[in-house]
Design a protein. Structure first.
Length: 136
């Protein structure tokens, strides 16, 4: 299964009418992007760290790249990660999760970042240039 399959679940959850649906949708959107980034990094020859550090590895590998597209994907992953943490761990605070707009926005952000990742990966010259900007 590829990570983007989680976008379908995120869409289904975003259509739900409860706060739990909204919170869960945000989490699936985050994980869709995370797994797409991890899969791409693996194809590009980057070995993932132990499982307890994959979130940081995926996020920072792209955030610290100087390629603007990779950096944008990394910052989106970072933003969705903060939102997912709030959705999963701050249950006593409604925050943005009372409105379905937050899950729609998270879903859109994840889809846009995956599309950008696909665009970079599909162009060998652009991919090579982007990979060179990832710090060792």
């Amino acid at each position: 299964m590829d990570g983007r399959a989680l976008l379908d679940v995120a869409r289904e959850l975003a259509a739900g009418s409860t706060e739990a649906h909204s919170r869960s949708s945000v989490g699936r959107a985050y994980y869709a992007l995370l797994h797409e980034v991890l899969g791409t990094l693996g194809r590009w020859g980057f070995a993932p760290p132990p499982r307890d550090r994959v979130h940081t590895f995926a996020r920072l590998t792209f955030v610290y790249a100087t390629d603007p597209g990779l950096k944008r994907i990394g910052l989106t992953l970072e933003s969705l990660g903060r939102l997912r943490n709030a959705a999963d761990y701050q249950l006593g605070t409604l925050g943005p999760f009372v409105s379905p707009r937050i899950s729609a926005s998270a879903l859109n952000d994840a889809e846009s970042a995956i599309t950008l990742l696909d665009t970079i990966d599909a162009d060998p010259a652009r991919r090579a240039a982007a990979v060179r900007t990832i710090p060792p």
